[in-house]
Design a protein around this ligand. Structure first.
Ligand SMILES: *[C@@H]1O[C@H](CO)[C@@H](O)[C@H](O)[C@H]1NC(C)=O
Ligand SMILES: *[C@@H]1O[C@H](CO)[C@@H](O)[C@H](O)[C@H]1NC(C)=O
Ligand SMILES: *[C@@H]1O[C@H](CO)[C@@H](O)[C@H](O)[C@H]1NC(C)=O
Ligand SMILES: *[C@@H]1O[C@H](CO)[C@@H](O)[C@H](O)[C@H]1NC(C)=O
Ligand SMILES: *[C@@H]1O[C@H](CO)[C@@H](O)[C@H](O)[C@H]1NC(C)=O
Ligand SMILES: *[C@@H]1O[C@H](CO)[C@@H](O)[C@H](O)[C@H]1NC(C)=O
Ligand SMILES: *[C@@H]1O[C@H](CO)[C@@H](O)[C@H](O)[C@H]1NC(C)=O
Ligand SMILES: *[C@@H]1O[C@H](CO)[C@@H](O)[C@H](O)[C@H]1NC(C)=O
Length: 397
């Protein structure tokens, strides 16, 4: 007998126990993957050539006609080498992904964990292209191929969902975190165009407001990274056309701060002013801190020096000034810019909606997003600067 055969029943028991218990007492919701079999007809493939996929949990009751689509996140690959690595990982191939996904936070089906969206149709779009679902190119040197087909993946999933009820949605929300939050900015207008004119369509970006920011060595680290990404994956044609048409540097329209004013669909921006990804990769990338002076501060803000805190306050100021026009003039927009050292706050239950979740003005993120979506109040929340917010219990993951 092989060792796997002995361990299998134990493993099964363990998985069953893990599936039934969750930190907040309720049952975990695991949702099975749906592969988009028809995707090849429009040339939609993951980096490695596998077919795209999503996970759908059906809505019920009053939410049965409403749809929440959430882009999975997970960084980007902006050169051939890193894209080949990605193609051989769960980030570039649906063959290598988990086939069951845990739906929590904004994807939960439990009203006491997700008060406004729990009974909607909820969909997680798997991320396997490395360019926020917006590339359209092919790398082929005769021996190896990489598919840069994020835009086609987006289209193939939408086309698959339209006849399943999305095409007659009454309410819809496009969301996503990190690279998925950036995808929300990139696809919000296109999403609206697929839905009925009389539907209420809105978009939510979580930790996707990546700034065109100089690092502490004054290098344009993020800008250079994104320029390479846009060029490699053929993204420019899929950036906001109003933005690219009015810019000398159309590739920079990948930055939400430049394309935001051309998005007419109501938009909610959820972000930490000290977003941990931007702190670690945009503001203080390893290339700008060769001696590791920031290592302790990166892991725990309480360890930052006075000077480092000042630099971090600069990150917050940059973000707030990039959002100033949106804050003042977007009548249908919403925002929640808190001061927790975090990255992604809508997907995990403890930051989305729990008794000790982060709040601004005593409102959790779930309440704020719901209040904005359903027009219960104006939600343009900006937290006071670090370290004033005592609801930030989960500093740096
Ligand atoms: C919903 O969540 C609450 C709070 O965690 C929990 O007590 C309840 O059992 C959950 N309901 C279901 C059906 O899982
Ligand atoms: C598959 O794609 C083709 C071409 O786009 C389309 O005509 C057909 O209706 C699709 N079939 C399904 C089942 O989605
Ligand atoms: C094609 O690219 C791959 C990955 O970079 C490389 O290993 C291979 O040698 C290349 N083949 C040719 C013919 O250049
Ligand atoms: C939109 O219009 C269609 C067709 O007239 C109708 O069936 C549907 O109920 C309307 N949806 C909303 C949200 O009003
Ligand atoms: C969405 O974008 C794709 C790619 O740019 C385009 O072909 C398609 O027509 C757009 N869909 C709608 C409904 O505007
Ligand atoms: C700026 O970036 C270049 C290229 O990555 C690097 O060689 C240089 O050391 C960087 N300078 C600073 C001050 O970080
Ligand atoms: C985008 O460009 C089109 C065509 O030029 C124009 O009609 C539309 O008003 C523009 N939208 C925004 C939000 O600027
Ligand atoms: C904060 O909200 C909770 C739950 O909505 C409420 O019980 C509590 O009284 C509020 N606290 C303050 C200071 O407003």
């Amino acid at each position: 007998m092989s060792p796997t055969a002995v361990e299998a029943p134990l493993l099964l028991l363990f998985l069953l126990a893990a599936a039934l218990l969750c930190p907040l007492g309720g049952a975990r919701l695991l949702v099975e993957m749906t592969v988009v079999r028809n995707a090849s007809s429009i040339g939609a493939f993951c980096l490695d050539g596998s077919l795209p996929a999503y996970h759908l949990d059906r809505g019920f009751g009053a939410g049965a006609g409403n749809w929440l689509l959430q882009f999975e996140g997970g960084g980007w690959c902006n050169d051939v080498k890193s894209c080949f690595e990605r193609a051989n990982s769960r980030r570039g191939s649906t063959h290598l992904m988990t086939k069951w996904e845990d739906f929590s936070g904004i994807l939960s089906n439990n009203a006491s964990l997700n008060p406004d969206f729990y009974n909607w149709n909820r969909v997680k779009l798997r991320y396997c292209d490395g360019a926020s679902f917006a590339g359209d190119a092919l790398f082929d040197n005769g021996t190896s191929v990489l598919h840069f087909k994020g835009q086609k993946i987006w289209e193939s999933i939408i086309l698959d969902l339209l006849p399943k009820g999305l095409g007659t949605a009454r309410k819809a929300l496009l969301s996503g975190c990190s690279a998925g939050g950036l995808a929300t900015f990139l696809h919000c207008e296109n999403f609206t165009n697929y839905l009925p004119r009389n539907a209420s369509v809105k978009c939510l970006s979580d930790a996707g407001f990546f700034l065109d920011l100089r690092d502490i060595g004054l290098n344009h680290t993020m800008r250079n990274f994104y320029k390479d990404l846009v060029a490699l994956q053929g993204m420019e044609q899929n950036l906001n056309k109003n933005c690219t048409a009015s810019s000398y540097f159309p590739e920079l329209c990948i930055f939400p701060q430049y394309s935001l004013k051309y998005i007419t669909t109501p938009f909610f921006i959820l972000n930490s002013a000290y977003d941990v990804f931007q702190f670690h990769h945009g503001l203080v990338p390893p290339s700008a801190d060769l001696h590791g002076h920031w290592n302790h501060c990166k892991l725990n803000p309480a360890e930052c020096s006075e000077l480092q805190i000042q630099v971090l306050q600069g990150l917050r100021i940059s973000m707030l000034s990039a959002l100033r026009l949106f804050h003042e003039y977007s009548s249908r927009g919403g925002m929640f810019i808190n001061s927790c050292f975090a990255h992604c706050q809508s997907e995990s239950q403890d930051t989305w909606f729990a008794p000790d979740s982060p709040t601004i003005d005593n409102k959790t993120i779930a309440e704020s997003v719901g209040d904005w979506y359903f027009g219960r109040r104006n939600v343009k929340e900006i937290d006071c600067a670090y370290p004033c917010d005592s609801s930030c219990h989960n500093l740096i993951p």
